[in-house]
Design a binder for this molecule. Structure first.
Ligand SMILES: Cc1cc2nc3c(=O)[nH]c(=O)nc-3n(C[C@H](O)[C@H](O)[C@H](O)COP(=O)(O)O)c2cc1C
Length: 303
């Protein structure tokens, strides 16, 4: 049986849609659920409308893609109707939010929660307008501050999504857990770039972008494994990064993830990817004589 419960939320299966892919509108989220997504994470929404970065903002590279979308979104005040439509999907809806500073995060999270989402996901891979050029997610103090401020104001689970671009991901995860995070999501993209040799210019208008897809998988898997291996990480982990088929998903469960998210593979494989991964997972559990996904979580850890 693929049905599972994470942070008190029941998912019909453990394969959900990652933030930012085919989730701009309520209707696109409903469509992903119809194709078998066990839950959907909304596009990250901020306090005000943002057009996003100049084009091209998406390019294929070896093993995946680079995106420099720049968090385009309609602003949280205009997002209520999308959540309302998305709720018709009948699967849990996770509202992804970001802000320029702690107060901004709190205001957006409160508004998103008021729309009736099942949990909030904090996208900490955005620049911290309060401090230096580094993102919130690279600074344990900022992670702690934002997480505890949001936890104090919303009464639904708060998931904290981490960037892999840190020296020690466990330190960052620990800061989130200490601040009351209900789950850790690992990971967001890795920064990369590509140059067109004929124009001799970067392909992305923004020069750099986030690497996602299969090339990210070993890095994200290592992050999940490190987090799951730490006695300080006492909350569930949601694995994301390059999951394309059921075997990738199984690797993440074995490394200690309780749920997985799929993003880039939806571009490559279409929304059918959710059904295919779920079929493969069920077959794997049957062959291994397991009745639920819980029986394989963390099984790949060194005893
Ligand atoms: C086009 C694109 C847009 C994304 N937008 C967001 C976003 O708005 N918020 C966020 O937290 N992550 C965003 N991500 C990151 C994904 O949610 C995910 O963490 C990452 O792509 C790794 O998973 P994948 O390899 O399955 O895509 C985006 C990724 C892509 C490719």
């Amino acid at each position: 049986m693929l049905r599972t419960s994470v942070t008190g939320i029941t998912f019909p299966n453990p394969v959900i849609l990652a933030s930012g892919i085919r989730d701009e509108t309520g209707h696109s989220m409903v469509r992903m659920a119809q194709f078998g997504a066990g839950g959907v994470v909304t596009k990250s929404v901020g306090p005000v409308p943002r057009p996003g970065n100049d084009l091209p903002a998406l390019v294929e590279v070896e093993g995946g893609m680079l995106n420099s979308m720049g968090l385009p979104n309609p602003g949280v005040d205009h997002y209520g109707e999308e959540v309302e439509v998305a709720k018709g999907a009948g699967v849990p809806i996770i509202g992804s939010v970001f802000g320029p500073d702690t107060d901004g995060f709190v205001a957006v999270a409160e508004k998103m929660a008021s729309y009736g989402v099942d949990a909030i996901e904090l996208n900490l891979s955005c620049p911290n307008a309060q401090g230096t050029a580094i993102s919130f997610g690279q600074d344990p103090d900022a992670v702690k501050q934002v997480t505890s401020a949001v936890k104090a104001k919303v009464d639904i689970p708060v998931w904290v999504k981490l960037t892999p671009m840190v020296v020690n991901i466990v330190d960052i995860g620990k800061a989130a857990v200490e601040a009351g995070a209900d789950a850790i999501v690992a990971t967001n993209t890795l920064m990369g770039m590509t140059i067109d040799v004929w124009s001799q210019k970067p392909v992305l208008a923004n020069t750099t972008g986030g690497l996602s897809g299969p090339a990210l998988k070993p890095v994200a898997l290592r992050c999940v494994w490190q987090l799951a291996s730490s006695p300080d990480i006492t909350v569930p982990i949601i694995g994301v990064g390059g999951i394309t088929d059921w075997k990738d998903a199984v690797e993440f469960f074995l490394a200690g993830a309780s749920l997985v998210s799929v993003g880039t593979a939806v571009y490559y494989e279409g929304p059918e990817v959710f059904g295919k991964i779920n079929e493969g997972l069920q077959d794997y559990l049957d062959r291994k004589g397991c009745e639920s996904i819980d029986q394989i979580i963390g099984k790949g850890m060194v005893e």
